[in-house]
Design a protein around this ligand. Sequence first.
Ligand SMILES: NC(=O)c1ccc[n+]([C@@H]2O[C@H](COP(=O)([O-])OP(=O)(O)OC[C@H]3O[C@@H](n4cnc5c(N)ncnc54)[C@H](OP(=O)(O)O)[C@@H]3O)[C@@H](O)[C@H]2O)c1
Length: 264
Amino acid sequence: MTTPARPPGSVLVTGAASGIGRAFARLALSEGATVIAVDTDAAGLATLVDEAKGLGGLLLPRVQDLAAPGAAAALWRACEDDGHEVGTLINNAGFGALRDVVEMPPEAIESMIRLNVLALTELSARFGAAMTARRRGWILHVGSIAGMVPARHFTVYGATKAYVNSFSFALRAELRPHGVTVTCLTPGAVATAFARRAGVETFEGRSVVKMLFDHRLVATPERVAAAGWRGLRRDRAHVLAGPGSGLAAAVARLVPASLLPRLM
Ligand SMILES: NC(=O)c1ccc[n+]([C@@H]2O[C@H](COP(=O)([O-])OP(=O)(O)OC[C@H]3O[C@@H](n4cnc5c(N)ncnc54)[C@H](OP(=O)(O)O)[C@@H]3O)[C@@H](O)[C@H]2O)c1
């Protein structure tokens, strides 16, 4: 079977300085792609620039906070002004918090929803429209098993990822007739900076999420990104990756959502 070629144009990866996004950027670079790597972490992007020299391709780093108001529009405009046609969009940037909703600072809730939901949606809409016009494009969204299985203490994060999962499947149906592929990658626990930022290590309550990280039931970001990249290339609607992801999908199918938080 011949491998479908990547659509013409650049690969845009959000959250590319670390973890799964960085692994996606490296995969695309090793295929010789021009990668627009967006992240808040300037130092992380600088080290990716160094790594890119040995991988092939061309890395274009862009330091930007995608949770800021108007961020998606600004990124879109910058790509247009620089003449970058984005053929592949990897909507990966996101963060979580293992914390009860009432304990979360309102600004953290806002920023999580802005990044995980709003930026992803607007970027898909803007770049998806251009891809639709060209009748070619790949979009990958990094959802999560947390979006399939509502869990206490992971309430806001899980809800943002339920949005990503649902949005991706419906968007796929809308864009597919126009030649644009949409794939949703739903990893289980992955060994990245995510757990530290989410406060998993310091969380003192009982939680399946904490159990997965504490017991190192985690996948590597490289493995997860490779599964997503393969799924994108094969036009898969949904890619499960990492320990616990198949089980979570099965539990979500069998157990009513209203009962899941107590079970988890
Ligand atoms: N790791 C897991 O267990 C897991 C499981 C399922 C799904 N996911 C999802 O996978 C995706 C990637 O996470 P990861 O595990 O690779 O985490 P990660 O190692 O923390 O990488 C996320 C990257 O996104 C950047 N970022 C955060 N906020 C941003 C913003 N407002 N604008 C632009 N960039 C921003 C981070 O920069 P800073 O370092 O500056 O914050 C970081 O470089 C996320 O959507 C996450 O929800 C992760």
